[in-house]
Design a protein around this ligand. Sequence first.
Ligand SMILES: Nc1ncnc2c1ncn2[C@@H]1O[C@H](COP(=O)(O)OP(=O)(O)OP(=O)(O)O)[C@@H](O)[C@H]1O
Length: 681
Amino acid sequence: MINATQQEEKEYLEQIKEQLTLAIRRVDGSVKQFSEELREKKEYIHEHQSGMDEADMVAAGQSINRMAFTGEAAVGRKRKLLKLGQSPYFGRLDFAATGREAAPVYIGIYSFFDELQRANLIYDWRAPISSMFYDFESGPASYTTPAGPVRGTIGLKRQYRIRDGRMEFLLDSDVNIQDDVLQRELAKSSDDKLKNIVATIQRDQNAVIRNESASVMVIQGVAGSGKTSIALHRIAFLLYRYRETIAAGDILIISPNKVFADYISNVLPELGEEYIPEMVMEELAADLLENRQPFQTFFEQVSALLEHHDAAFIERIRFKSSFDFLSQLNQYLLHIENSYLTFQDLRVGSTLVPKALIEQKFRGYHRVPLLKRFALVAQDVRDYVRHAAGRKLSGREKGTIGEAMNRMFRFQNVLDIYRDFYRWAGQPTLLKLGHNLKLEYADVFALIYLRIRLEGVSTYAHVKHLLIDEMQDYTPVQYAVLSRLFTCRKTILGDVSQTVNPYSASSAETIERVFPQADVVRLYRSYRSTMEITAFAQRITPNPHIIPLERHGPAPAVVGCGSPAEELDTLKRLLEAFRKSGNQSLGIICKTQHQAEQVHEALPAPDVHLLTDESSSFKEGVIITTAHLAKGLEFDEVVVPFASARTYQTEVDRSMLYVACTRAMHQLTLTHTGQPTGFLA
Ligand SMILES: Nc1ncnc2c1ncn2[C@@H]1O[C@H](COP(=O)(O)OP(=O)(O)OP(=O)(O)O)[C@@H](O)[C@H]1O
């Protein structure tokens, strides 16, 4: 039975679809016209080239570029209209601003302004008026525009699900409705990358997404609280809000690895934004070290920690992840300036350059990075000698002056200085360089930090917003580097419980020490997993603040096996069961890469994919990987093999187990031989 409301809404939907179709036709017409004009213009230039001067050519080129640009914009617009045709809107508010009549406001993923009616038929979810959809139920409501607040009353709040142009459901809002639609969204199975959540953004999430005042926003949120989703929606919001000054290419995402970058890559295009540049930390490091210094990757560091317990290695990592390490580096930088410079009189031909003069010149450049000052002082000294002697200097004399300046300082390169730091700190054993001077991962950003302080860097000035995901994996020294490289606004998010290296984990508080101006938001509501899975994961790493969303599923199972062969058989059976279930994605998450390879060999099938640190894209279906690489991903079902007391013993192991279990949305199974890990007790 269709009631009157549903009938009306269906008719309205048809009406909107028709308007959209007409708008698409108009765009098609104009695209055709553009390309026609463009072709004519090109032909004209080709024919009249010989008669044109340089200025004419520049002008013609510019006009072609302008036309091409307008043409591209039209193509982009068409893409959006086509998408709107599939799902024009997901919400509606009937809002009466004080003293005015109520009017419906339909909210969709993009806005749709109908040129014929000269009316906004659909509002972008990021428009100021749309914020009320997330912030209020029916009753008094308000929103903020650049011109000031608008107050009024919401008479009706309605939610829709429209797919392929068909109305699947509509619901009028009472207090619980938001939850109802959210429940439906969360109960669905997922086979794909991260999705947009525009229709069900929650109030606290909305506040983070639309925050315009924070120069640094730190989001500490429990597993599955929507941090990554919110951060991406925030980017979409900022691109909309500041569209005159920020474009997609001006934003940079620092992500933990290529698979994760690929996993999140759908969200912004779904929201109508373009590709956002992304980088992994190691790429940034290689860039800053000009690809000249070999170094261990983060993945290699964590793998080494997982493979054997090496107390000295752990101590090195711990020290270099501390705030104290950064302070000591800073003290050391002062120390070298105060104690490592020796000024001496210099004789060039018959001219004496007094050391006081050299020192005075040197100190005058205190704003210039130390290692850059010598060349500047050498130039000043040359000028001084030329002036005093009243003649030009020979090449040899110039060289002598340059060398003399370099002799004032003990070291010529930053790696030597970094080594000396450990001598100075009385901790020479804390630096261990490998073959070919290969750096350990914990040293990479310390060396870069010294380089920046001593040699300066060109900042990434073109970046206007920086997004850092998995913030817990970066240390104070890394943040100190990032804050010097990127002077723009930042959104930094993560969860200290989900570190893959507990010896180098940073909490929101640590990050606040590097960015004292930061706005810190904490999210405790968890959306990903059923209550059963969340409760199970709490046994591994308890967090009394976590608020799981009321959604139920089967209790996680811990399956003991008699032998390794039996365990592999069990995995095969679980894979078969998954294939028959309604679940669409399965993650088999191991502690080490070696184990993952072993499972992969035992389960050969075309739809089973092994993800390693060398993988560059996310795969759908069945994934076998390590907890380290699974961080940030999610699956309908997760299987954690080898969950024995032998495999999971140390603090790093505990973190891995927690990350692995929190990847599950609906179903979780652990298998083991011998004793199960004590972390489940
Ligand atoms: N408001 C919401 N509406 C619908 N789904 C949501 C909402 N918030 C979060 N989710 C869903 O919860 C899941 C977890 O989100 P996301 O991966 O962004 O969380 P996270 O905090 O980054 O997780 P983790 O730190 O554990 O990797 C996703 O499936 C996401 O779509």
